[in-house]
Design a protein around this ligand. Structure first.
Ligand SMILES: [Zn+2]
Length: 207
């Protein structure tokens, strides 16, 4: 494959980008001056290098130090008895940006498509198990939750992911209250595109 076709193929792997947009992106990049391309590639490398996974919520965060916990998990003012489970980092960001939730999070790292036979390969169930396992000792890194809020998109994959995680929690988080945010979202709503008012109502009416 020639380098231009390869570049188009790489752009088409981006979320939501079809072949036509991928082609536009590729030609856009190729018509920029060399300095742009150097800065672009350098920053991808630098961002990737400074990127860490939080040992508690599993989300990506950037840090030049060796910190294990992200700014949210290390924030003493958070409500540590609430644990919200979201599919992706972008969902975390949407809820955080709305400011309607002050508890802690766990990021699954994806969703489980309806026909997936091995959900543990798609989402961080092993990490969730160890997060809940350490929560039994109620440490600073893994405070014990009294309620776990499943916050998935109101889409077929989102609902399926919610079911998979709920089944998993029923086996692995005995006694903890499990609530679902999705009831406040209308069908088809992606969590990451929900506005503040929708998220506030969804959180208030969770059940
Ligand atoms: Zn964290």
């Amino acid at each position: 494959m020639d380098p231009v076709s390869k570049l188009i193929e790489l752009f088409s792997e981006f979320p939501g980008i079809g072949p036509r947009q991928a082609r536009r992106f590729a030609y856009f990049v190729l018509t920029r001056p060399n300095s742009f391309i150097e800065e672009f590639t350098k920053n991808i490398g630098a961002a990737k290098k400074s990127l860490r996974t939080c040992s508690s919520c599993q989300r990506f965060f950037t840090s030049s130090s060796q910190m294990k916990l992200c700014s949210t998990c290390s924030d003493e003012s958070r409500e540590k008895n609430l644990l919200m489970i979201v599919a992706r980092d972008s969902d975390f960001e949407a809820v955080e940006k709305s400011g309607v939730y002050r508890g802690l999070y766990f990021v699954l790292g994806g969703s489980v498509p309806v026909l997936e036979k091995e959900p543990e390969k798609r989402v961080r169930l092993a990490e969730l198990k160890s997060r809940l396992g350490s929560a039994k000792h109620d440490s600073a890194e893994s405070p014990a939750p009294s309620e776990i809020i499943l916050s998935m998109s109101a889409t077929p994959d989102g609902e399926h992911t919610g079911d998979v995680v709920r089944n998993f929690l029923e086996k692995n988080a005995g006694g903890v209250k499990i609530s679902v945010l999705g009831k406040g979202l209308s069908t088809g709503t992606e969590l990451e595109y929900s506005d503040t008012e929708t998220l506030r109502n969804a959180l208030k009416n969770r059940g």
